[in-house]
Design a binder for this molecule. Structure first.
Ligand code: 0A1
Ligand code: ZN
Length: 879
């Protein structure tokens, strides 16, 4: 077990390796506890490197079994091997040479799920970011690109399939019931993209003909008996391949593309070249066990990993500081793919919600870091919402600034110039600057400055002169390590909506606005529109063109005007959401002070009107009905947060809306798409609307009858879990709720993914005693602490998805999390560190809870043998 070393890695310290690797030939003899790995590496000293320079390879918990130079054992005096480095001295100065490294590793006892491990009897690897060094000593860094040949030897009985990257070269039988396979990947790649799988799995197959007419074999491997749940993933894969050809002209480049679904996985999925490994949650779906959201996630993640083939694999990162080069860009690509496959505004609304829920709090707290960090202690802790989601927003802004045509030119140049490279953000930006002739130097600050900029907006209507002036002013608060910030380039899409709902077409003065976008580059800027016939309403940051917060005094009537008339659907939702947020923030504060709440009638009217507006698509109406979550309200309040008053205020509003729209909700709750279940966006939207309406209708009923009836009648997981959530959220103490939970458990006891939902739904039940329920569930016989999905469902669901339950004033929620983090850290540091980030906003709580949270964090910091992962997070949180 690695423990904390306190080492800090810095972007400015980057330098290339002393030796260049050309080829690596790996042979694995698979065995649960004694897997032998022989690695033959062709190397050459880099030009200009001193003749006495040592070769230093990375390792992690390794022990060396053999070491040769050009086939002959190396004198032990000429090398030093520790569990985490192998240093070889006196190597040839000018001629190429070959090093052979032998290690023996134990996949069965590898509980970190990094390197080679076993999950449900299947051998599988996870090498990003630094897992390869747990397999063999190597230059485990992304700028070392080599051609890999991999031979796998294993017992036939337990490994029907032996897989690695690239194309299959040969396979055959060996003695003693063993067999072997050799794979060759012609595309040079970094070690983090290496993959190996050996297991007895089920398989579904298909094929795809690329735009140049090549046939690619498509294979998805799943646990036996689950083959019929992999069809949607296969369909999503083919649509992704087609989309990348049509939208970016990018074709797949091997004869085979394989996906393996495993049940123990730390993240969502991994883009290993030609052999993606997936958390089975993001592959397996059928109507009985998966929700519409699960289908949408599968589509997005299949696309994401496939798109990495070009943005990540063909062009990779020079170092881990550049992680957003592949992740931000690939998230941007999967977002636009999903928008094209589904309703674009609804997809965008979901993205905005997610960004605000996860990235904004990260950027506002102790874990804030730039999209491209400049230092890290543990790279695993930088697979964050900032790198991924804000990274994607930054790419989206480049497109907004350049326009579609120049953006595509920039992308083309990037592929043309950097194919086969390990590149940097500077390389990436240079392509867009060159393709468009624009200066992106100020824009580049989005990569280096952490924090969410704030833009205050004021307007001035001159009735007599028919002019309308918009003044924007930007600011950016200090973040850890960045006390002072430079001015950013913020592109803000806008519209001026006239009283009749039409849009004013004129341009403002000056040249800081272009194609409906204000370019805010100075601290304060004004834009004056002339010849405006009547007082317009300003719609700003349309479509969330920049990931900023907007501070503007805008009347409820103006927001309602935007909500009704904006030509941009996302902006209409933004206005509705703003109105709801304002009311809820105010109500929560009044609740905290023990005061009466004002009427929510106006809000109720607009929500009910939107819900029943048949001209709008159902998915949009469902989004409109979803009030800001308790965590959204807390974020807006910002400090001295009392989660109980937020909960009470939000419930009061829900009740008022429910009562006001009771008839509408009762009608909508009963509506369902016609025919058999289809995961199409259209049907999913109808179910989403019915589900949102059911929640309100049940509140208006004041009892669980309607939700229980929906639960009993449900013929798919979406409707079933919606009904169960209405029961657990609104009637936690009802006998019906207990019955429904028992029925759900009985029905899905043999289905881990469905059972995960049962754990998560209970973990999110509001109230002061939920922590006790969570403790009981931790002791359930099927609560498997080694399965990350199960752990995330229960502990993650509780700590990140249950504001009142987790933040119970006694501190029991924090203590529960602390105990579990310390325990999980012994086996799986990455998982433990990620769970702990649920406490990142602890300083914005009211004083009593803050103190309880601090004590829990201190108890973690003082625990023995903490991993670098957890100590990095806890130290930053307590700093
Ligand atoms: N590159 C993957 C994410 C990923 C990162 C680290 C992992 O290690 C456990 C696994 C996956 C992606 O963006 O999908
Ligand atoms: Zn990715």
């Amino acid at each position: 077990m690695r423990t904390e070393t306190g080492q800090v890695f810095k972007l400015k310290d980057y330098r290339p390796t002393d030796f260049v690797v050309e080829r690596i030939d790996l042979t694995f003899e698979l065995d649960p506890t004694q897997t032998r790995v022989v690695s033959r590496i062709s190397l050459q000293r880099r030009d200009g490197v001193a003749a006495d320079a040592e070769l230093v390879f990375d390792g992690d918990e390794l022990s060396l079994e053999g070491l040769q130079l050009d086939g002959r054992d190396i004198d032990p005096a000429l090398y030093t091997a520790t569990p985490d480095t192998l240093t070889i001295r006196e190597l040839p100065a000018s001629v190429p040479f070959e090093i052979t490294v032998t290690t023996v590793i134990s996949p069965q006892t590898n509980t970190q799920l990094m390197g080679l491990y076993r999950t449900n009897g299947v051998y599988c690897t996870q090498c990003e970011a630094q897992g390869f060094r747990r397999i063999t000593y190597f230059y485990d860094r992304p700028d070392v690109l080599a051609v890999y040949s991999v031979t796998i030897i294993a017992r036939k009985s337990e490994t029907r399939y032996l897989l690695s990257n690239g194309n299959l070269v040969s396979s055959g039988s060996l003695d003693e019931g063993r067999h072997c396979a050799t794979w060759f990947d012609p595309h040079p790649k970094p070690s983090y993209l290496f993959a190996l799988v050996g297991g007895d799995l089920g398989l579904i197959e298909d094929s795809f003909t690329t735009m140049s007419g090549r046939e690619v074999a498509l294979k998805i491997y799943v646990e036996h008996g689950k083959e019929n749940r992999a069809g949607y993933a296969m369909d999503a894969l083919k649509r992704s391949m087609k989309w990348d050809e049509e939208v970016y002209g990018l074709e797949y480049d091997l004869d085979i593309f394989q996906i393996v679904a495993v049940s123990d996985f730390n993240m969502g999925a991994m883009e290993n070249k030609g052999l993606n490994v997936f958390n089975d949650k993001y592959v397996l779906a059928d109507p009985e066990t998966a929700t519409d959201a699960d289908y949408a996630n599968i589509e997005a993640i299949i696309a994401h990993e496939y798109f990495h083939n070009w943005t990540g694999n063909r062009i990779t990162c020079r170092d881990w500081f550049q992680l957003c080069l592949k992740e931000g860009l690939t998230v941007y690509r999967d977002h636009t793919f999903s928008a094209d496959q589904r309703s674009a505004p609804v997809k965008r609304i979901a993205e905005i919600r997610l960004l605000k829920a996860h990235q904004f709090p990260e950027d506002a707290g102790p874990l804030a870091h730039p999209v491209r960090p400049e230092t890290y202690r543990e790279i695993n802790n930088f697979y964050t919402a900032t790198v991924y989601e804000k990274g994607s927003e930054v790419v989206r802004m480049i497109r907004t600034i350049l326009g579609a045509e120049d953006f595509r030119k920039g992308m083309d140049l990037y592929f043309e110039r950097h194919d086969g490279d390990a590149a940097t953000i500077e390389d990436f930006l240079a392509c867009f600057a060159e393709a468009s002739g624009r200066d992106l130097r100020q824009f580049a600050l989005w990569y280096s400055q952490a924090g969410t900029p704030s833009v205050s907006v004021s307007t001035d209507w001159n009735e007599a002169g028919h002019t309308f002036k918009v003044t924007l002013e930007q600011s950016l608060a200090a973040t850890p390590g960045q006390p002072r910030k430079a001015l950013m380039h913020i592109p803000l899409a806008y519209g001026l909506i006239l009283p009749d709902g039409s849009e004013f077409a004129g341009q403002p003065s000056g040249n800081d606005a272009e194609n409906g976008v204000f370019h805010l580059t100075r601290r304060k800027q004004s834009f004056t529109f002339t010849g405006v016939p009547e007082r317009p309403v300003l719609s700003i940051n349309r479509g969330f063109s920049a990931p900023v917060t907007i501070a503007m005094e805008q009347s409820a009537a103006d927001l309602a005007h935007i909500a009704r008339h904006d030509s941009d659907g996302v902006a209409r939702w933004q206005a509705l959401n703003e109105q709801a947020t304002r009311y809820l923030v105010e109500a929560s504060k009044l609740c905290r002070d023990g005061r009466n709440l004002p009427s929510a009638q106006k809000l109720a009217e607009i929500l009910v009107a939107t819900a029943s507006d048949e001209s709008l698509e159902p998915a949009f109406r469902a989004q409109a009905l979803a009030l800001p979550a308790e965590s959204d309200i807390a974020r807006e309040i910002g400090s001295n947060i009392d989660p109980d008053s937020i909960h009470a205020a939000r419930n009061a509003v829900l009740s008022e809306v429910a009562r006001f729209g009771a008839d509408v909700f009762a009608r909508l709750a009963g509506a369902a798409p016609e025919g058999a279940y289809s995961p199409s966006a259209e049907d999913a939207g109808k179910r989403a609307l019915a589900g949102a309406a059911l929640a309100y209708a049940a509140i208006a009923d004041g009892g669980p009858g309607r939700a229980m009836a929906a639960f009993d009648a449900a013929d798919n997981m979406t409707v079933l879990s919606q009904a169960l959530q209405v029961l657990t959220q609104s009637f936690p103490a009802a006998a019906e709720t207990a019955d429904a939970l028992t029925a759900f458990r009985t029905r899905f006891s043999g289905d881990p993914l469905a059972l995960d939902k049962w754990y998560a739904i209970q973990a999110m039940m509001p109230g002061k005693t939920t922590w006790r329920r969570v403790e009981e569930l931790l002791d359930s016989p099927d609560f498997d602490r080694s399965n990350p999905n199960r752990v995330r469902s229960l502990i993650g669901g509780f700590s990140a998805g249950n504001p009142t339950g987790f933040n119970v004033a006694s501190g029991d929620g924090y203590r529960l999390l602390a105990r579990e983090v310390i325990d999980i850290d012994k086996r799986n540091p990455q998982l433990a560190a990620r769970l702990l980030t649920a406490m990142r906003s602890w300083r914005s709580l009211e004083a009593g809870r803050q103190e309880q949270a601090r004590l829990a964090l201190v108890s973690i910091r003082e625990a023995a043998n903490l991993s670098p992962d957890v100590s990095d997070i806890v130290d930053r949180m307590l700093d």
